[in-house]
Design a protein. Structure first.
Length: 147
């Protein structure tokens, strides 16, 4: 049997195969890393778009909050203030009965009103204040005695 001596040609072929495998592995790693970076770039671009939208919304909210209309709204709703000449109206809604349908109120039958003597309990407050300022001598004796 005759021994095969390696020649320069065989060494060159083996060396070429090893170098080719090395570059194939490096290239495949680069392709995988490039794909991962592309996905990360896409996610980051989506985050940038979301943050730009939030920034635009916050900018418009800030612009609104610097207007006199917003200051008036806060003064009315949170601080309970009002402009001169405004009247506050509080609406109270009675809860529905257990059945869920509100019953129509029955008309009340009232007897003819009998005039009563004006006492401090039946005199409207505005009349009592007017009497206090117009004739303070009536109020100098103090509140009426309880019976």
């Amino acid at each position: 049997m005759r021994g095969v001596r390696p020649t320069y040609r065989h060494v060159f072929v083996v060396l070429a195969v090893v170098v080719s495998l090395y570059f194939a592995v490096r290239t495949s790693r680069a392709v995988v890393i490039n794909q991962v970076l592309a996905v990360q770039l896409e996610n980051a671009q989506g985050n940038v778009d979301t943050i730009k939208q939030q920034n635009a919304a916050l900018s418009s909210q800030l612009a609104y909050e610097q207007t006199p209309a917003y200051a008036e709204q806060v003064a009315r709703q949170q601080l309970g203030m009002m402009k001169p000449g405004d009247h506050v109206v509080h609406v109270q809604i009675a809860p529905l009965p257990a059945g869920g349908v509100a019953a129509a109120p029955a008309p009340a039958v009232t007897a003819p009103a009998v005039p009563k003597a004006a006492t401090p309990e039946t005199t409207p407050d505005w009349k009592r204040w007017f009497m206090l300022f117009s004739s303070p001598a009536q109020f100098a004796q103090g509140p009426p005695a309880a019976k």
